[in-house]
Ligand binder design. Structure first.
Ligand SMILES: Nc1ncnc2c1ncn2[C@@H]1O[C@H](COP(=O)(O)OP(=O)(O)O)[C@@H](O)[C@H]1O
Ligand SMILES: [Mg+2]
Length: 458
């Protein structure tokens, strides 16, 4: 079924329709009563005139005056300024013939049986409908007719005026309902504004119920309770991964120490198979250790505990070291550098080094073989914009948004060949944000992939 989506419009229309239906029902009932009542009044007046004691004894010379008087008394039932006859009069004498006829007396009435005796009849003549009664005294018979069309026209005019008034009233009611419905929606709008204003990263914020109308206070309470639960489960999850990583650190350190000790003891090629096995195990344990460290850092970032010492740094030196590493590792791939002498920022040298190291190692790991790598930095609006780009076939749209998710790796096939677990970008972004900066994937450009780090410049 069709349903209006606007609550406000629905309220306004419902109110208007209800009021209109009520007014219409009332006015139909009122009109019917008025029509009936008016017909009764006209009939009684007509009968009263016919029964009047002096009526039959009127001298012939006075009939025109009587006619005028009848017209005057029925003029109240006609619209103002009518030129037609309100009432008509005919007087006949059985012996002398016609004594008087109103100028407007329709000829058609004469032929078709005029009432003969008491009682009122309705007859048509000269395109009008007449209510006609008769009185007689001796040879004199008198007929009086009242023009019903004039009465109907007056009623119609009144009803038209009333209808216009009803339309104006309906418009007013509609406007009022629209206004009131808008006012009723105000607390909802206010609440929505407040909720929209809540920062998704600051789950400790609450909406104040004191500001809202009592009808909405409960909604606020329920919403706040939901935030409580959300915050609790979020903290629980963050604490869990932090605790788990913390608990893993010590056994891993012991394992690593033991393996190193055995490796040193097995040394000097006595047992190459054992030596190779120990070396492989050491590699895996170091990888585990690096994952655990990243998880710990991420847990601290989640808890808002990534304390950043704001030491002034020159990232140019860090980037130079990374550039040197690339050149050592990757002789075939050309490396483009566009770096100013000083890239001054404030922050933790080790953490920022980790961000750049991850971006650069990704460029090496995921760039097209035989392609190029570029490191560029420029100042813009009080920030350093550092681009780490590499030649690539691009990243499919469905991966672009998720690259920064934890443990997300775009190309499943890569997972086996390229070392990594998918935590690097997520951690790098958290570190950038903790420094007041951002890390994003730059808009796609054919043939290359570019990660853009911004940091406040000093
Ligand atoms: N320069 C790049 N070119 C193409 N894909 C990239 C690039 N850098 C990152 N990716 C994709 O993003 C994923 C996540 O990267 P990251 O968080 O550093 O994890 P990891 O390097 O451990 O896989 C990678 O697995 C890779 O699919
Ligand atoms: Mg990586």
């Amino acid at each position: 079924m069709f349903r209006l989506r606007s609550f406000r419009l629905r309220i306004a229309l419902t109110a208007t329709a209800t009021a209109l239906a009520g007014i219409l029902a009332l006015s139909v009932a009122a009109s019917l009563t008025i029509v009936h009542r008016r017909a009764t009044i006209i009939d009684r007046m007509l009968s009263a005139h016919l029964a009047g004691p002096g009526f039959q004894a009127t001298p012939q010379a006075l009939w025109p005056a009587t006619d005028a008087q009848l017209n005057a008394s029925f003029s109240a039932f006609a619209p103002d300024g009518t030129t037609e006859a309100y009432a008509i009069l005919r007087v006949d004498d059985a012996r002398l013939g016609p004594l008087y006829r109103s100028p407007g007396w329709p000829r058609e009435l004469d032929g078709a049986g005029l009432p003969d005796g008491a009682g009122l009849h309705t007859m048509d003549g000269a395109g009008r409908s007449w209510r006609i009664g008769q009185a007689s005294s001796g040879p004199v018979t008198i007929w009086v007719g009242v023009n019903r069309n004039l009465s109907d026209a007056q009623l119609r005019a009144s009803l038209t005026r009333f209808g216009v008034a009803v339309l104006v009233l309906a418009a007013l009611i509609g406007a009022l309902a629209w206004y009131l419905a808008g006012r009723a929606m105000r607390p909802v709008r206010h609440l929505t504004d407040v909720i929209v204003g809540l920062d998704a990263n600051q789950l400790d914020q609450r909406v104040s119920a004191a500001e809202e109308d009592v009808e909405f206070a409960q909604l606020v309470t329920v919403f706040n309770a939901m935030l409580d639960r959300l915050q609790r489960s979020f903290l629980q999850a963050a604490r869990f991964s932090g605790d788990a990583a913390h608990e893993l650190k010590t056994p891993l350190a012991i394992l690593q120490g033991e393996l190193e000790r055995h490796f040193a003891r097995a040394g000097a090629g006595a047992d190459p198979v054992l030596e190779q096995g120990l070396a492989d195990m050491l590699d895996e344990v170091r990888r585990l250790d690096s994952i655990v460290r990243k998880l710990l850092l991420l847990a601290r970032a989640d808890a808002g505990q990534l304390a950043i010492p704001l030491c002034p740094l020159n990232l140019r030196a860090t980037l130079d070291e990374l550039a040197e590493d690339i050149s050592l590792l990757d002789v075939e791939r050309p490396l483009h550098l566009a770096l100013p002498d000083r890239i001054g920022v404030r922050g933790d040298a080790e953490l920022l080094g980790q961000v750049l190291q991850n971006l650069v190692s990704n460029a090496v790991k995921y760039g097209s073989p035989g392609g190029w790598i570029s490191l560029a930095a420029r100042a813009k609006d009080g920030h350093w914009v550092i681009d780490v780009a590499n030649a690539s076939n691009g990243i499919a749209a469905e991966h672009r948004l998720r690259l920064f998710d934890r443990f997300y790796r775009a190309d499943q096939a890569h997972q086996r060949r390229v070392p990594g677990v998918g935590l690097g970008l997520s951690l790098a972004r958290d570190i950038a944000v903790a420094h007041g900066g951002t890390l994003d994937l730059a808009a796609p450009v054919a043939g290359q992939v570019c990660f853009r780090l911004t940091l406040p410049a000093v």
